[in-house]
Design a binder for this molecule. Structure first.
Ligand code: ADP
Ligand code: GLC
Length: 488
């Protein structure tokens, strides 16, 4: 019998305990799906206080200070369907706040060391010097926080794991001053254009993109978009040179957690055969957010990190139209103060039509998916996007910009797509208020045609977004990574 493929999956976030966005969810679900495909996968993640509190973990190895200013740490193991390795290092991770920021929302000043350590330990576990008997065939990195691992491995002598790097978002690059090279125990030889240098700085993300054997990103359309100057964030040249090694794989979702018929967060669970019960969730949501409890008023929902990427600044442009159409809007999000304030002001200006909640609230996120009639995602770019997948599954057709994973998952309710029976939502092209308004108008018109509406809802609910296809495509990427490394 052949050995199962051994993969170390490296992540800075892990849902439900430590999650800033979609990466936390993917890091929980893709490894589980890989395990179902027969991969011997283990996850490496910093031992944040929330993980230490939630998991029973025992020490398995001491890790000496790996050089530079990177501190010593201890590796803990927690058992489960997917085994976890936690890096315990109080100097780096033993603090309150999110994975990246203080409770006040400011990036930790030593994030280079915190994620340099994550990357360094990943590389160690992928090398012959690993203190563990279990040696991965592939080290799979995610986003800039583990981007240095392929660089460390490239400068490691002896047998070592192949590497794959997934980009969840090219906008976050992990840039630090060149003077930190020695602190991160990186060789001078890595600091060049054909390496991890990016306009005079150290780029964790570029390190991953340059040194990893295979690259993936989270949708086929985003894989093409990042080859262009518009969405390549200055890395399009490197990515174009590596286009043969880059695969776009659409994320799946946890269809158990996001299931309107079994969702414990909802006032009234429902399925396609009992769509009328969705209305009870709408009334409950209106009541909870202090909006008039009207079942006729079309209710738009939005759940989002409040950052430029998500097109939040386009939203005020639809307010007058919503009022004219007697529609309502609820927004849940947190992020940049400027955008939070703009939304607060919008709600204050239209108290009977618009409700805004600033904060991170898992329960309310589920209730909005279920209670809204339409889901808004006007993203300027969107590598994959999970909310549109949740909303389709909840019979809440999305209004989304045609970009990245939104383009790959939402089928516009054009005449042709309606006739073909494939439509699931509304898409628009230009990142402008006018284009968003036109798409929302089309959606509101369709909402007033019950048959068309029901058809859209049921179509979306019937789509299968489970993880199997993504896991199988990822296994193919591992095989290519192994083939590349055996030729090196
Ligand atoms: P991104 O990772 O860019 O933020 P995704 O759509 O991939 O975008 O994933 C976002 C995830 O985070 C979704 O599950 C979404 O519901 C959740 N989320 C975002 N903001 C909030 C919030 N304020 N409260 C609760 N959940 C949120
Ligand atoms: C990033 C992207 C988002 C994607 C998520 C998970 O945060 O912004 O589009 O869904 O990663 O891959």
């Amino acid at each position: 019998m052949t050995q199962p493929l051994r993969v170390l999956y490296v992540t800075p976030e892990l849902s439900p305990w430590v999650k800033a966005g979609g990466l936390g969810e993917v890091a929980r679900e893709l490894p589980a799906a890989l395990a179902r495909e027969g991969v011997d996968v283990r996850v490496l993640v910093p031992a944040y206080p929330a993980l230490r509190a939630a998991l029973k973990a025992a020490p398995v190895a001491a890790i000496h200070a790996p050089g530079g200013e990177l501190p010593a740490s201890q590796l803990l193991e927690a058992h489960g369907a997917v085994p976890l390795y936690l890096i315990e290092c109080d100097a780096c991770y033993g603090r309150p706040g999110s994975a990246y920021q203080s409770p006040e929302g400011v990036d930790w000043p030593d994030n280079d060391l915190r994620f340099g350590l994550l990357s360094r330990v990943a590389a160690l576990l992928g090398s012959a010097a690993s203190p563990l008997d279990w040696k991965p065939d592939v080290v799979h990195c995610n986003d800039w926080q583990s981007g240095l691992a392929p660089a460390y491995l490239a400068f490691t002598a002896g047998p070592r794991a192949a590497t794959a790097m997934t980009v969840h978002n090219l906008a976050y690059q992990g840039l630090f001053p060149a003077s930190r090279l020695a602190a991160l125990a990186l060789p001078e030889a890595a600091f060049r254009i054909e390496g991890l240098e990016y306009y005079g700085k150290i780029s964790f993300l570029k390190a991953g993109l340059h040194y990893a054997g295979q690259l993936t990103t989270v949708s086929p359309t985003y894989a093409r978009e990042i080859l262009t100057p518009q969405l390549g964030f200055g890395l399009e040249g490197l990515l174009r040179r590596r286009a043969q090694d880059l695969t776009g794989i659409l994320n799946g979702i946890d269809t158990g957690v996001w299931d309107p018929s079994r969702d414990a967060h909802l006032a009234a669970p429902y399925d396609g055969a009992h769509l009328e019960r969705k209305r009870l969730n709408k009334t409950a949501l209106q009541r909870a957010l202090g909006l008039p409890q009207s079942s006729e008023a079309p209710l738009l929902g939005m759940v989002s990190r409040l950052v430029e990427q998500k097109g939040v600044d386009l939203v005020p442009g639809i307010a007058p139209m919503l009022v004219r159409a007697r529609a309502q809007l609820v927004v849940l999000g947190q992020g940049e103060a400027k955008l939070e304030n703009a939304l607060r002001a919008l709600a204050a200006g239209y108290p009977r039509a618009i409700a805004v909640r600033i904060g991170f609230d898992e329960t309310l996120a589920h209730r909005i998916e279920a209670g809204a009639d339409l889901f808004l995602m006007p993203s300027r770019f969107e590598p994959c996007g999970l909310n549109q997948l949740y909303s389709m599954r909840y019979g809440t057709p999305p209004v989304a910009r045609r970009t990245g994973g939104l383009a790959d998952s939402v089928v516009d309710a054009s005449e042709a797509n309606l006739r073909a029976g494939t439509a699931t939502g509304f898409t628009f092209e230009a990142p402008t208020r006018a284009a968003l308004r036109a798409a929302v108008k089309r959606a509101l018109d369709a909402y007033r045609q019950p048959e068309t509406w029901r058809f859209l809802q049921l179509n979306g609910m019937a789509r299968d977004w489970s993880w199997g296809p993504a896991a199988r495509a990822t296994v193919e990427v591992y095989r290519r990574a192994l083939a590349v490394s055996s030729r090196a």
